[in-house]
Design a protein around this ligand. Structure first.
Ligand code: SF4
Length: 373
């Protein structure tokens, strides 16, 4: 197989801590080139064989390359959001999980499956929310607000999760924060400021926020979205709540990745404008043939586009690296066992809460009254 030279992208993201060493930091992403058709077919065949030989299963996020989504499903794995990826990996009999996504997803899988081997195509694939919320600075923020229940989003390191009382994903955040609010809890929220303020508007909870953001969703533009709506007046607008408030305000439906898929399936429309990572378009179009999907604009007069609606770190996942890590066992994720045990508590609380909702049990009963958290 011919050697390929990856494209290295410099990525800017805002560092939220005032007075920190720098306000804006740089990271980089190494994006693998597309393999030629023959090489692509050979890599897929090799991965299929290796998955069987290594007792392994692929779990892929909706934002990674379509090849990694299709191959996961064709081989009995899963394409989903970060929570379902971790839950599926925990419950699947395979002893090796190949997680295509970004690092916190591999860590969450390892925390839920500490006795399994978790491999990732590229360990440098990260997330601006994770990068912008270092555990020591976050811990100091928590110490400054000792009267608040700490709720963190899934897009955080194991060390930040270990400092939390509750973990949430965008699909269950409103229900959990509302239940906490009803029991008298004041909330410390991290790291995504847009998702946090959306939840506050929806629940009325007393919340203080860490000031992080997703470099992809932060770039959607309300002014340009209104212009696109005028071009497609019949289209419904689907928005991920990591987007800015003025973009969320234009939505016909606001939801997580799974919420957006559900809305596209169930809403009475054949055209949609979608404000989330454009990796989602593959699943949306596959599941909804005959419907039209347009990407919400990240460009325009106010653009400072860093992402062009596709996460540069999600783009680091490629077929060649999946084959390589299965072949060699490289890129294994390790989480300190004591840290993992502590980080598991807020995850297990969330899983118990969402399982209760699914079974029609009173999930609010799982939330302690204030003072007992
Ligand atoms: S899309 Fe945004 S939230 Fe998701 S991994 Fe990339 S930077 Fe993080």
């Amino acid at each position: 197989m011919s050697a390929v030279i990856p494209v290295v992208k410099d990525v800017e993201f805002d560092h939220p801590v005032e007075g920190s060493a720098c306000e804006t930091r740089h990271a980089w992403a190494r994006v693998p080139p597309e393999p030629a058709p023959a090489e692509r077919a050979a890599l897929k065949a090799r991965i299929r064989d290796l998955l069987k030989a290594r007792n392994a299963v692929m779990v892929s996020h909706y934002y990674v390359h379509p090849d990694l989504q299709d191959l996961a499903e064709e081989t009995g794995g899963l394409v989903s959001d970060s929570l379902e990826m971790a839950r599926f990996g925990r419950d699947h009999p395979a002893q090796t999980l190949v997680v295509s996504g970004v690092r916190f997803m591999g860590e969450t899988s390892k925390i839920l499956s500490p006795h399994k081997r978790v491999l990732m195509p590229d360990l440098d694939a990260t997330c601006s929310l994770d990068l912008g919320c270092p555990a020591d600075e976050f811990s100091a923020f928590c110490d400054a607000h000792p009267d608040r229940t700490v709720v963190v989003y899934a897009n955080t390191s194991a060390a930040v999760k270990a400092r939390a009382d509750w973990l949430v994903t965008s699909s269950c955040a409103i229900e959990i924060v509302r239940a906490l609010h009803e029991k008298g809890h004041k909330i410390l929220w991290a790291p995504d400021r847009h998702l946090g303020s959306y939840i506050q508007r929806e629940t009325g909870a007393d919340m203080v926020f860490w000031n992080g953001s997703c470099i992809v969703h932060d770039e959607f533009k309300a002014f340009e979205l209104e212009a696109l709506k005028r071009e497609h007046p019949a289209a419904k607008v689907l928005v991920h709540p990591e987007s800015p408030a003025d973009v969320v305000a234009l939505a016909d439906a606001v939801g997580s990745t799974s919420g957006i898929l559900k809305a596209a399936r169930e809403m009475d429309a054949t055209e949609f404008i979608v404000a989330t990572d454009n990796g989602m378009m593959h699943k949306l179009r596959t599941l909804n043939p005959g419907k039209m999907f347009y990407e919400a604009p990240t460009a325009g007069n106010s653009a400072t586009c860093k992402s062009c609606a596709h996460c540069p770190w999600m783009a680091m996942n490629g077929l060649a690296d999946v084959a390589r890590v299965l072949e060699t066992g490289a890129n294994e994720i390790f989480v300190d066992p004591a840290l993992g045990e502590r980080a598991r508590l807020p995850i297990d609380r969330m899983l118990a809460f969402t399982a209760a909702i699914k079974d029609g049990r009173p999930a609010g009963a799982l939330v302690p009254n204030i003072g007992a958290a």
